[in-house]
Design a protein around this ligand. Structure first.
Ligand SMILES: [Fe+2]
Ligand SMILES: [Fe+2]
Length: 170
């Protein structure tokens, strides 16, 4: 991954967020809500950095045409975000972990979204890194535990091509 500092930046953030998530969900019947809150802010801020800064810059350098992977990743961001609305249950934590693995791989892999975006934005690497480093954290709302919130998350997953119950069993 030489000379791909933005890809490296985001990949390291994936590992950092995984560590926080793993710690918070070590005991699935007793999720550490303080750590989970840290994960939630971190992942929402990570998604903001991708959509509002990096992927957007790549799109601009691509004659304002979204990259091939962009729409699928956006749907997955929608599903991740929706899964963070209800309080985490054992099931939600399992599904989130599965979805993040699938999602992060699409971004990190060779020919994935990070590499494609990085090659389109080579002339602006330093500006983009500066913007990423000065991003403000996404404020999060309290969890919504009405059944409708989980239903909305399941529908967002379906829009992205996944089924909650299937990810649960993987
Ligand atoms: Fe992402
Ligand atoms: Fe990412």
């Amino acid at each position: 991954m030489t000379n791909q500092p933005i890809r490296e930046f985001f990949t390291e953030d994936h590992r950092r967020l995984e560590r926080i998530f793993e710690k918070s969900t070590q005991d699935l019947s007793n999720i550490d809500m303080k750590l989970y809150a840290e994960f939630r802010v971190g992942i929402l801020t990570h998604i903001k950095m991708e959509e509002k800064i990096f992927f957007l810059a790549a799109q601009k350098s691509n004659q304002n045409t979204p990259l091939p992977l962009a729409s699928q990743l956006r749907l997955e961001h929608g599903a991740i975000t929706a899964l963070l609305v209800p309080s985490p249950t054992k099931e939600i934590a399992i599904v989130l972990k599965e979805l993040l693995e699938i999602h992060d791989e699409k971004e990190e892999r060779t020919d994935g979204m990070y590499e494609a975006s990085e090659s389109l934005t080579q002339k602006e690497t330093n500006e983009i890194l500066a913007q990423l480093q000065s991003v403000t954290l996404v404020p999060v709302h309290t969890h919504n535990d009405a059944p409708i919130a989980l239903e909305a998350a399941k529908r967002a997953l379906i829009r992205a091509g996944y089924k909650f119950e299937e990810l649960l069993m993987d």
